[in-house]
Design a protein around this ligand. Structure first.
Ligand SMILES: CC(C)(COP(=O)(O)OP(=O)(O)OC[C@H]1O[C@@H](n2cnc3c(N)ncnc32)[C@H](O)[C@@H]1OP(=O)(O)O)[C@@H](O)C(=O)NCCC(=O)NCCS
Length: 166
């Protein structure tokens, strides 16, 4: 049930809660640190939270990519273990896509399980010609606008905070 879930852009300081959530839900602290670094570098475009009774149970980050067109990277995304398989990640992802469209971004990159992300329109084939340190079978792209010819082969990279993680 997601009727009681509130999805909102986090503008106030919930950094500690966000840090703890990613720390708990990933095997290592890397993703939690990544969010802090993205925030410090001012590369976060959207910090989207899912709350139930004011408790943060899901979080997703969109950050600006280094690319010759307006592109976003979606990472990380975490849902609290006790609240999974209820469609909360799907709510966050769909909201993030709508936000990106409304703000005229050209597309969103994600690295993850294709079976999970393809339901939202992400595809490995749309990502295959970009030159990126994260390229490979888990690298996907969701185009939101048509790119000028040639840019689908552009050199791109995630924000600086991702350096060294590929
Ligand atoms: C992956 C994650 C974000 C999914 O969150 P969630 O709220 O449980 O996802 P949803 O309920 O919206 O799932 C939607 C569908 O995706 C499927 N799904 C969920 N996790 C999946 C996974 N890891 N791989 C493939 N499919 C997955 C579910 O089966 C569900 O389909 P169903 O409704 O037909 O059963 C969550 O498991 C998580 O936080 N994992 C740890 C952190 C992580 O790995 N983040 C993603 C890195 S790419």
């Amino acid at each position: 049930m997601t009727n009681d879930i509130k999805i909102s852009n986090i503008e106030n300081d919930r950094s500690e809660e966000i840090f703890q959530l990613h720390k708990q839900e990933f095997p290592t602290i890397s993703e939690a640190n990544l969010v802090l670094q993205l925030e410090n570098d001012k590369d976060v475009v959207l910090s989207l939270g899912a709350t139930r009774n004011h408790q943060l149970i899901g979080h997703l980050v969109l950050s600006r990519m280094r690319a010759p067109f307006p592109a976003l990277g979606m990472a990380p995304i975490s849902i609290d273990k006790n609240n999974r398989r209820q469609g909360i990640a799907s709510l966050l992802i769909r909201h993030a896509i709508k936000y990106s469209q409304a703000q005229n971004w050209s597309g969103i990159f994600v690295l993850g399980e294709p079976n999970f992300y393809q339901r939202f329109g992400f595809s490995t084939s749309a990502a295959k010609d970009f030159i990126c340190p994260f390229s490979g079978p888990y690298f996907m792209y969701l185009p939101l606008t048509e790119l000028p010819k040639g840019l689908e082969r552009a050199k791109i990279n995630y924000a600086k905070a991702f350096d060294g993680l590929a």
